[in-house]
Design a protein around this ligand. Structure first.
Ligand SMILES: Cc1cc2nc3c(=O)[nH]c(=O)nc-3n(C[C@H](O)[C@H](O)[C@H](O)COP(=O)(O)O)c2cc1C
Length: 218
């Protein structure tokens, strides 16, 4: 399986080659992959910022434990989730679904009401947590696509979300930075690329219902 070799090739890149830029056609492919990523109900309750500007990235680096990946990569991707979810998000989705599938708006009323009732049953922190989780799926797809295209990436949670929200003026748009990724090309001096993958064995990671039950009885 080619994907397994791609996943063995990738690693969380710490040192990027500052001189290498990801070509526009490759960036477009990555954007299309993120666009096609699945999300709960298909609502895509997030925005994805692509930041190439070096001045902004310098500011963000200071809010990211001074990690060099922020400024040295070709681009910084900031996944931002909608903190609050309201009926208009669902109406927008239903409108898009009707247009795309050539469906009658009224036929989707039941589905729309169902989603609205689920969302209105959540507290604000629950909504924030729910939409944040969706961004990690998109991040996973981005990392996998990067591996296939032989583009290096470093996913990161090591940053101060409040400062990102302030620098990028996200709060005023009901958005919050949830997870980020630097993408570009590895520097040959990054020794981490030569290390083997540290992963649990298949036996340790996977269980069957029988073995789980056996362990809980023992
Ligand atoms: C959600 C998430 C957050 C991470 N945060 C950071 C980070 O802030 N800085 C960093 O250098 N690596 C970060 N990593 C990279 C992990 O340390 C790395 O993926 C893990 O050690 C496995 O190694 P590999 O990706 O090289 O196979 C993060 C990874 C994930 C998935």
């Amino acid at each position: 399986m080619k994907l397994i070799n791609d996943l063995k090739w990738r690693y969380a890149t710490k040192q990027f080659d500052k001189t290498k830029k990801i070509p526009d056609e490759e960036m477009k492919k990555l954007m299309e992959v993120v666009r096609l990523s699945p999300s709960s109900y298909g609502l895509q309750l997030y925005k994805v910022l692509i930041i190439e500007d070096s001045e902004i990235r310098e500011k963000l680096k200071a809010a990211s434990w001074n990690q060099n990946q922020i400024t040295d990569s070709s681009a910084l991707i900031v996944f931002c989730n909608y903190k609050d979810v309201n009926e208009s998000h669902i109406d927008d989705f239903i409108r898009l679904k009707c247009e795309t599938e050539n469906q009658d708006f009224n036929k989707l009323k039941g589905y729309s009401d169902f989603m609205k009732s689920k969302v209105s049953g959540m507290t604000k922190p629950e909504k924030d947590n729910w939409t944040k989780r969706q961004t990690y799926i998109a991040l996973g797809f981005l990392l996998t696509a990067c591996a296939e295209l032989k583009i290096d990436a470093c996913p990161m949670e090591g940053f101060e979300k409040n400062k990102y929200d302030e620098i990028l003026r996200l709060s005023e748009q009901n958005l919050s930075a949830s997870v980020i990724a630097s993408i570009g090309y590895r520097s040959q001096s990054d020794n981490l690329q030569f290390l083997p993958k540290v992963r649990k064995s298949i036996d340790e990671l996977f269980e069957t219902v029988e073995t789980i039950r056996h362990k809980s009885v023992a």
